[in-house]
Each structure stands twice: as C-alpha cells, then as structure tokens.
Design a binder for this molecule. Structure first.
Ligand SMILES: N[C@H](CCC[C@H](N)C(=O)O)C(=O)O
Length: 277
C-alpha cells in the first residue's frame, strides 16, 4: 500500500504523522514498527495518528504509537506537531483545538509567533494512575535498580514518568539506569525515566529515556512530569524553562487541581509516501 505521511519534529523528538481523517487507517504492529525503523522504514521516535473524534466535545482523536509499535496514552511534543499538522493540512482553521486522547482532552493552541501551547491536563501522582506498585502517594519513593538505591518522583501525564534528581546531566547514568528503571517490575506497564538537573528555581536540564523508544532528544510529557515533581518537592517555581538536548521548552503549573501548560516549537520537516506491505 502507498501510504502518504508527514515527518515532523518537536525539539528533535521526531514523528511520522498520518492522516486518519481523509483515509481510514488500520496498521498492525509490524507495519508501525516498519514506519519507525530508521533503516528499513522512515524512522521516528513515535507515530502519530490523526482521527475523527469519538466524543462530542472533541475536534479530533489523537493516537500515539512508540517506534516499537506499542500504543501509549500521551505525547507532549507530538501534541504540538499534531496542532501544526491539522492546520497545515487544512483539517482545521481554529487557533485552538480540542484533542481526544486515551486519557482525556488536551487543548493545543498555535501562538502568533508559531510556537504551540498545550493545556496538558492535570498531573496525577497516585501510584495507581501510572501504574506503579507502592503503598501510598509520596513526593519521593525509594526504589532499587541496577544494584543501587534511588529516590524517584512518580507522575502520570496520561503516560507514566519516573523522575530522578541528578547533579550533572553529562554524567547521569542514562544508558545504564534508563533501561533498568524503564522495565522495573514495580512499573507493570513500564515507565519513561527522566533525569533532572536543577540549575535554579526557574530552569532545569532534562534527559529522558523513553518507554518504547530509548533516549530521545526531548520528551514533552517528561518535561511536564519533571517540573511538577520538582514543584511538589518545593525545589522549583511555578514557571520553568526546560533545557533538553533538542532545545528549550516552557512548562507552567500553578499547583494541585490545576492543569500543566507547555509551550514549544513544532516543525514540519518533509512530506512523503512509503510503500508499506
Ligand atoms: N514514550 C512515551 C510516549 C511519547 C512521549 C514523548 N515523546 C513526549 O513528547 O511526551 C511513552 O511510552 O509513554
């Protein structure tokens, strides 16, 4: 089958975006993995599928698949690219769109300067929301992995995140600890692992070893999770600039009961057609 696609990126986190509005798409796991494969396919961190909504208060449905073919609940950098895609494809002329995800509505808005702001909804710290096996909700949970003991913050942004504080991102044990924590038995559906270095109360550095994709240049939901975890621990102010390997993101959270707002770029790289068997 000849499948048109658009290649996009948000801070170097890259996506294959598919129009499931003008055509009905039903891709199996092998086909999704082919799209994500950087040698035998197109190559990306995630595949984003744009579909008509299934609920009356949404304009579109947003489905996200990691490069390994697993379907997941949320993708922050992808949400900004989603908004740019539907605008550029003429699927919507609204500045603000209501997007149905597996975990509720998010609302991206294209700003006058071309950046995209997304209301990412409310963070959820309860272990059951991730899921994470723990007795109760704590700002920090002790955990053992790769033969060492750590303390992690756990946050669901729809998808699960574990956040570790490190003194330096350059020496952070991402390659060793990322895989060990991602697949830790206390995370039955695995987890995205964020390594956060605090520069000051308004600026952090972040590296994320993503579930289903490995380390990416940026992770939008990971940035939201790291900031709200830091705010909850009294280490950060309500507005934080997040330095990722792919560039900077702004994250704002006014506290419990409030949604998280994220602002950053969304770039269309090229359009193409892949021969998919
Ligand atoms: N790997 C994530 C999905 C993509 C999230 C990330 N690319 C973002 O920008 O939020 C997961 O398995 O939950």
């Amino acid at each position: 089958m000849r499948l048109p696609f658009t290649k996009m990126q948000g801070l170097g986190n890259d996506f294959v975006v598919l129009d499931g509005v003008r055509q009905t798409l039903a891709l199996d796991r092998a086909q999704l993995r082919r799209l994500g494969d950087r040698h035998f396919g197109i190559g990306c961190d995630q595949i984003l599928l744009v579909e008509p909504p299934t609920r009356p208060d949404a304009d579109f449905r947003y489905r996200i698949f990691n490069a390994d073919g697993s379907e997941v609940e949320q993708c922050g950098n992808g949400a900004r690219c989603f908004a740019r895609f539907v605008r550029e494809q003429g699927l919507s002329d609204q500045a603000e769109i209501r997007v149905e995800t597996a975990r509720g509505l998010i609302v991206p808005r294209i700003e006058a300067d071309g950046q995209v702001t997304v209301d990412m909804g409310l963070p959820d710290f309860t272990p059951a929301a991730l899921p994470f096996i723990a007795d109760t909700d704590l700002p920090l949970h002790p955990i053992e992995a790769a033969g060492e003991r750590f303390e992690i913050g756990v946050v669901s942004m729809g998808n699960p995140h574990a956040v570790l504080l490190v003194d330096s991102l350059t020496s952070a044990p991402v390659e060793r600890l990322g895989p060990a924590l991602q697949a830790h038995p206390r995370f039955p559906r695995q987890v995205n692992v964020g390594f956060m270095q605090i520069h000051h109360r308004g600026r952090i550095g972040l590296r994320v070893y993503e579930r289903g994709a490995g380390e990416t240049l940026a992770c939008g939901t990971g940035a939201c999770a790291a900031v709200v975890s830091g705010i909850r621990r009294g280490l950060l102010d309500w507005q934080v600039t997040v330095e990722t390997r792919g560039g900077e993101l702004s994250v704002r959270w006014a506290g419990p009961g409030q949604p998280v707002a994220m602002t950053g770029p969304a770039v269309t790289v090229f359009h193409g057609v892949i021969e998919l068997d």
